[in-house]
Design a protein around this ligand. Structure first.
Ligand SMILES: Cc1cc2nc3c(=O)[nH]c(=O)nc-3n(C[C@H](O)[C@H](O)[C@H](O)COP(=O)(O)OP(=O)(O)OC[C@H]3O[C@@H](n4cnc5c(N)ncnc54)[C@H](O)[C@@H]3O)c2cc1C
Length: 388
């Protein structure tokens, strides 16, 4: 084994799952998080079978299954007519085909289940309300009282641990923002389907809706152009920003427009992605999750990739005698996987936002492909076995 003790900076999905995956291999961790408590940012989260399989190995899946919803299908529908263009079956089908479930839940549910597992694990120590600044080695040492074998940057898209790695990725604003809100079941328009994750698609923007049990209704995410408010998650929208959103959905089905107009407590997130670059320094620092590969949410895979990273990094650290070799083999293997997932996201973006004659072509292709064939296209993604 290359190491016995790691410091993890950041207690989001990436940091918490990395701590649990390392503990499963007998490796101690100190997890350092700047927030005084793990805030309930965002709303819904889809967890696909490639990630839920790992959550089962980490012993946290049953806690999620008790509260999440397993939709029957992932549908694509026209934003103009609400007509369903095609769908991929999930629900029981996902459990059988990809040997793990597909679930939707509030982000806070996953975060709380992971936090509780970390706090109950004697190999993990969580330090809240502690920010790691420049010269991370010195501040980590003074905070935890020893020098860890490896520092894992799980500090998100605006990572500062990345500054310790030469030629590391750099964040870049995509010029898109994600509007997120929930709508209570009693106020929900009848076109929202309680058994589906539905992407309503149209020129240059789209809307994803799915049931959210914890909110007693639906999660709605609208992706459209926007301006960045800077390095922050979740910004309360001004009236002008709301008007800007509505202008982009001009010509969409009136029920969708009315859903957007009636949005209460609307918030938006700037969508940043990071460029290519090194994820590790060859010695003692490595990145996981959004710090390494923040991507657009078009394939709903950011958190799933963080969970895969966690499992694979832990497996390599436990199995490889030299730390430098473990870090570089992790980077090589994960980069290939991430590149493929990014390509799928880019493909979805094109298919969702296409205009004009190409849109007609898309609708015909989708209508001609049976759901099982569309599901088979996703075997490489959802059937993936990380780091065994
Ligand atoms: C609109 C939208 C929808 C999405 N939907 C999905 C989905 O359905 N499925 C999916 O799999 N993914 C989805 N994602 C992606 C997913 O949310 C992210 O990829 C994931 O949350 C990244 O987790 P992370 O732990 O890497 O980073 P973060 O969640 O950003 O966590 C980083 C943590 O590090 C802490 N931190 C930062 N700097 C420091 C420091 N210096 N010292 C100490 N602590 C620090 C932060 O406070 C934070 O807690 C979506 C993203 C968006 C924007």
């Amino acid at each position: 084994m290359a190491i016995s003790h790691a410091a993890i900076v950041g207690a989001g999905m990436a940091g918490l799952t990395t701590a649990l995956a390392l503990a499963a291999r007998g490796i101690r961790t100190d997890i350092i998080e700047q927030a005084p408590h793990l805030a309930e940012v965002g709303a819904g989260l889809q967890i696909s079978p490639n990630a839920s399989r790992i959550l089962a190995r980490l012993g946290v899946l049953s806690g999620l299954e008790a509260v999440w919803t397993e939709p029957e299908r992932i549908a694509i529908s026209s934003g103009k007519s609400l007509h369903q263009l095609s769908h991929v079956p999930v629900g029981r089908f996902a459990r059988e085909r990809w040997r793990a479930p597909y679930g939707v839940m509030h982000r806070a549910t996953l975060q709380h289940v992971l936090q509780a597992a970390v706090e109950n694990n004697p190999l993990c120590r969580l330090h809240l309300g502690q920010r790691i600044g420049q010269n991370c080695r010195t501040s980590i040492k003074s905070m935890i009282g020893s020098t860890p074998d490896v520092i894992i940057g799980a500090d998100g898209v605006w990572s500062s641990i990345r500054d310790e790695i030469e030629n590391a990725p750099e964040p870049d604003f995509s010029r898109n923002v994600a509007w997120r809100f929930t709508v209570a079941a009693e106020k929900a328009p009848s076109f929202l389907m309680p058994q589906a994750v539905t992407a309503y698609v149209g020129p240059s923007c789209h809307l994803v809706c799915y049931p959210l049990r914890e909110a007693g209704g639906f999660n709605v995410v609208a992706i459209a152009s926007g301006v960045s408010p800077g390095e922050t998650w979740e910004v309360h929208a001004s009236m002008e920003q709301k008007r800007m959103l509505l202008r982009q959905f001009k010509g969409w089905h009136p029920e969708i427009l009315s859903l957007l107009t009636g949005m209460e407590s609307g918030k938006f997130w700037p969508l940043y992605q990071v460029s290519d670059g090194r994820w590790q320094n060859g010695r003692d620092i490595v990145l996981v999750g959004d710090a390494a590969h923040a991507m657009m949410p078009f394939a709903a895979q950011g958190a799933a990739m963080a969970i895969e990273d966690a499992w694979e990094l832990a497996a390599r650290l436990a199995a490889t005698p030299a730390l430098g070799d473990a870090l570089s083999s992790y980077e090589t293997s994960r980069k290939a996987r991430i590149a493929r997932v990014r390509n799928r996201g880019a493909f979805n973006r094109f298919a969702y936002h296409v205009r004009g004659p190409l849109r007609v072509g898309r609708d015909i292709v989708l209508a001609l492909r049976p759901p099982q064939a569309l599901a088979a296209d996703l075997d490489w993604l959802y059937g993936y076995e990380a780091g065994v």
